[in-house]
Design a protein around this ligand. Sequence first.
Ligand code: ATP
Ligand code: FE
Length: 371
Amino acid sequence: LVILGIETSCDDTAAAVVKGNGEILSQVVSSQADLLERYGGVAPKMAEERHSQVIDQVVQDALDQANLTARDLSAVAVTIGPGLSLCLCVGVQKARKLAGSFNLPIVGIHHMEAHALVARLIEQELQFPFMALLISGGHNLLILARDLGHYIQLGTTIDDAIGEAYDKIAKWLGLDMRRSGGPAVEALAQEGDAESIKFSSPMKQHKDCNFSYAGLKTQVRLAIESRNINAEIPISSATSQDRSSRADIAASFQRVAVLHLEERCERAIDWARKIEPSIKYLVVSGGVASNQYVRTRLDQVVKKKNLKLLCPPPSLCTDNGVMVAWTGIEHFCMGRFDPPPPADEAEDFVYDLRPRWPLGVEYAEGRSNAR
Ligand code: ATP
Ligand code: FE
C-alpha cells in the first residue's frame, strides 16, 4: 500500500508519499513565506495562484524522491477542508486529474484530523482513544479521539487561534517574518523576562475548555504602544534597550499564551477521562506544537495528570503532505474512499470541498450522553 498525500488548504503547497507501514518515502513543501511577509497575511487569490504555479512540480518531486510513478500508487489522499476554498480547489483538482488518469481511488481528508493522526505514524503504540490539542494558524482545538473518524470536540477558540496571535505579535514587534512569526517570537522570548509584564490570562472565569486570544493580543498591542516600539524599525536595527523591551513583551506574551493552553488541557483531561477513562496520551500537533516552550510546559501538565505527551517532529507539526497521506492510509484501510473519477471530467465539475468542516461533535460538560 502506497499513498500520495496532497495539501493546499492554506499557504503551503505540500505533497508526500507514504507506505502503509508508515515509512515516509518522500516529503516536499513549497512555502509562500515571501508572500506572507510582503502582504502580512494570506491573501486567498494570491495564495491560489502560487499553489497553481507549483502544484505540478511539488507532486512530481514527491513521486521522483520516492522513486515511483503515479502508476505505482494505491490511492491519492487530498485535503478537502477546512481551509480557503480557492486554495483547496487547486489540490483537489490535481488529485482528481492524477486519479482519473491512473485509475486511482481518492481519499478526501480533514486537515485537522490529519494534524492529529500523524502522531500515530510516528508512534505505533498510540491507540484510540487518545486526546489531542491542535494548535495552529487557524485552529485551537481540544479533541477526544475515540476511534478513527469519531471525535468529540472538548474545546475550541471563540475568536483567534494561538498561531494567529504569534504571527500578529511578530509583526508588531518588527520581527523577521520570512518564516512564519511563531519561531521568531519564540527565539526572541528566550532573551526576555517572562515575568516583566503581567498580562492577564484569558477566560479565567469560564470553567470550560474553550480558548480566546483576541483579548491577550489587545493587551500586547497596548504594551507595545505604551513602550513606543516601532514595528517599522526591524529588530535587527533596534537599540539594545529597545531590543530587550521587545524581548520582554515576547516572553511575557508567550508565558500567558501557553498558560492558557495548560489550564485548558488540565480541565479537558478531566472531562475526557469521564468519557474514556483509559486514555494514555495527549497528542499536541499543528504548527505551534513545534514550539519548545509549549512542549516543555505541556509535558509538565500531562505528567501531573499521569498521561504521556506526544508531539510529532516540527516538520510534521506544520502543514505537510505526510499527515495527509497517512490519514489517507488510515481511512483507506477501513474502506473509506471514493472510486476513481472519470479521466475526462468536465472542466466545470463542482468539487466536494468543505471550507468549514467541524472535527467531530461538540461536548457539553455535564451532558453525560454526549456522543
Ligand atoms: P490550520 O492548521 O489551522 O489550518 P495552518 O495550516 O496555516 O492553520 P500550520 O501550518 O499548522 O497552520 O501552523 C502554522 C502556525 O504555526 C503559524 O501561525 C506559525 O506562526 C505557528 N508556528 C510555527 N512554529 C512555531 C513556533 N516555534 N512557535 C509558535 N508558533 C509557531
Ligand atoms: Fe495546518
